[in-house]
Design a protein around this ligand. Structure first.
Ligand code: HEC
Ligand code: HEC
Length: 216
């Protein structure tokens, strides 16, 4: 596949296109930039079912349910559509995604979770994981995560929904995604750019990096 060979170029041109000086945070402008085209107020009621697992404000309690608080609306929307199309699969979430039949509802639900403050982690973190997050290991083709996911996993830029918010996410969920991406149980990442990274990570690196991120 030619797309696989070109992912770095594609990712870097996208990053340049959106490149801001600062990463993403919770300023009014940042929130406005990430909520997309939906209506967060309407999305609050429309997302009642989703809140049952993902939390009233997008901060889920169970570590297998990802936090959605402050996540990019367009990323949330893409994932729901991917579950609907079957290019991302999960025994629980596939059925939930199928229940969202209106495009406007999806935009509003995504905007609601995106309008919340960015998810925040707890825990002691992990120094090794932090080092790996920042530097990767170019000798094995692992580009530092920070280049795409931003400082502390808080986003590359407020207006770049291609790269999800991962800092502050549950460790168990992060480990599962990295393993799914590594083994291609999850293969909806554009041009396989996450698989190219994850496939070269050891179990120990996955664990340490996830632990670091879960503490941010
Ligand atoms: C019964 C629990 C449950 C409900 C209700 C639920 N989800 Fe989920 N959701 C999950 C689980 C479990 C996952 C992780 C699946 C996986 O590993 O791919 C998930 C994953 C997701 C993701 C991917 C997050 C990411 O960081 O990639 C999105 C987006 C999402 N759900 C949105 C929704 C929306 C919108 C609704 C309501 C229409 C909803 N969910 C309802 C359990 C639930
Ligand atoms: C070249 C850019 C790039 C680099 C470098 C990169 N990622 Fe990603 N990552 C992505 C993209 C794009 C996605 C979203 C895939 C999708 O749309 O489903 C993603 C998704 C993820 C997810 C799933 C998030 C979720 O909510 O389900 C995790 C976890 C993740 N990356 C961790 C990492 C880690 C850890 C590293 C460093 C070892 C890393 N990424 C390096 C581009 C990158």
């Amino acid at each position: 596949m030619t797309t696989r060979i070109d992912w770095k170029g594609a990712a870097f041109s996208l990053m340049l296109l959106f490149a801001p000086a600062a990463g993403a945070g919770d300023s009014a402008a940042d929130i406005q930039a990430r909520i997309g085209a939906g209506d967060p107020v309407a999305g609050k009621d429309k997302s009642a079912m989703c809140q049952g697992c993902h939390g009233a404000d997008g901060n889920s309690a169970a570590p297998s349910f990802p936090k959605l608080a402050g996540q990019y609306a367009d990323y949330i929307r893409k994932q729901v559509i991917d579950y609907q199309k079957g290019v991302r699969q999960d025994p629980t979430m596939t059925g939930m995604a199928a229940a969202v039949t209106s495009e406007q509802d999806l935009l509003d639900i995504a905007a609601y979770f995106a309008s919340q403050k960015q998810m925040k982690g707890s825990g002691a973190g992990n120094e090794k994981g932090r080092g790996f997050y920042v530097n990767g290991d170019m000798s094995r083709g692992i580009y530092g995560c920070v280049n795409c996911h931003g400082e502390r996993g808080k986003g590359k830029a407020a207006d770049n929904p291609l790269f999800p918010l991962i800092g502050g996410q549950h460790k168990d969920y992060l480990v599962k995604q990295l393993n799914d991406l590594k083994g291609r149980a999850r293969s909806n990442d554009p041009a396989g750019m996450m698989a190219d990274i994850a496939r070269n990570m050891t179990d120990a690196e996955i664990d340490a990096t996830a632990e670091y991120l879960a503490g941010e």
